[in-house]
Design a protein around this ligand. Sequence first.
Ligand code: ACO
Length: 379
Amino acid sequence: MSDQPKLVPGLADIPVAESAISFIDGKRARLEYRGLAVETLARESTFEETSWLLLEGALPSQRELANFDSELRNHRRIKFKIVDLLKCLPEAGHPMGALQAGVAALGMFYPACDVSDARSNWDSVVRLIAKIPTIVAAFHRLRRGDEALPPRDDLGHAANFFWMLTEQEPSPAVARVLDACLILHAEHSMNASTFSARVTGSTLADPYTVVSSAIGTLTGPLHGGANEEVLDMLDEMGDTPPARWLENAIATKRKIMGFGHRVYKVKDPRATVLQELAEHVFAESGKPPKYELAVDLERAAAAQLGPKGIYPNVDFYSGIVYQSLGIPRDLFTPIFAISRVAGWLSHWLEQLENNRIYRPEQVYVGNHDMPYTPLEKRP
Ligand code: ACO
């Protein structure tokens, strides 16, 4: 019909909210959280401080950070019934499914339906950020037949997660790189999972539902699932020279995982910082052969994909870093969620400040005025 709206596939370039949380300049490789460059935060800040910055709009004072940090530590534990729920899930199931189920279940233990109650909203924010790493680590240990480990109150957010997962205290370099990975993934403007969080939040659903909906959106291979697929792709390359493999992939119109971005038309600044931080870990553990292969692939791709504005995104190197820390592949996306929950919740709170339910239009391409044929007369 002529008066129908024009479809913009993927809502590309269509603003869906006003936001003061993060800013991306895709041509200048610039990403800011509340006006601060993400590179500076990755080098100088902690995930706890960055979360506060995203949620509250400015860096915390020493006292605010100490209080927030202690609130998070106090809420890391999960109820034994949540552990029991995780025990009942299939060991072979993807941990993102377990995380989504665990977070949805949290909402039944801590009802937070009145989203006009600022105190209750803040409590939910703290609980979600604090408990998500515990759920991820618990599911991983339980599926291997190990007991879930209680959190260590003497460790920071990233180091405690590593401890709960591996029963090993990370070295300072490992704790630092993991913390930086959490900072780098914490927020990225109107990406698919954040939009999902805002859409669910716009119905005034409770924050646990908001976050479980965002977790579901993050699972897809075009979004959070990409770093797992990067490693599968590097495995598949085997001994084939990267340039030849790439030529063949391009000829068969394959997407190169960990490359390309809707907004960045240059190398994702997060990939650059991550690579720099990874070098510190590799100085301890040695450079993994996959890393060398990835660097060669990036070099080959610069000539073949660069002219189209397709460069490595954050997920190109993050999986290699996690693998070098001994973290299994299917936990990469849950780690993304451990981090991105700070961004999702910041957007949820911002959405509530000036809420209107999302209800976009569609372009109808179906039939009209169809006759109803009784069942017995249909072929
Ligand atoms: N490899 C090869 N070609 C690509 C790639 C890629 N990774 N990404 C985009 N292109 C090409 C497309 O084939 C298309 O080419 P054409 O115009 O000749 O048909 C063109 O670039 C535009 O691609 P779209 O898929 O339309 O771009 P869009 O902005 O919709 O998608 C996305 C962005 C999903 C990130 C895409 O680049 C992609 O699939 N990348 C691989 C998956 C990935 O790494 N995802 C992680 C994203 S970052 C994150 O979520 C943290």
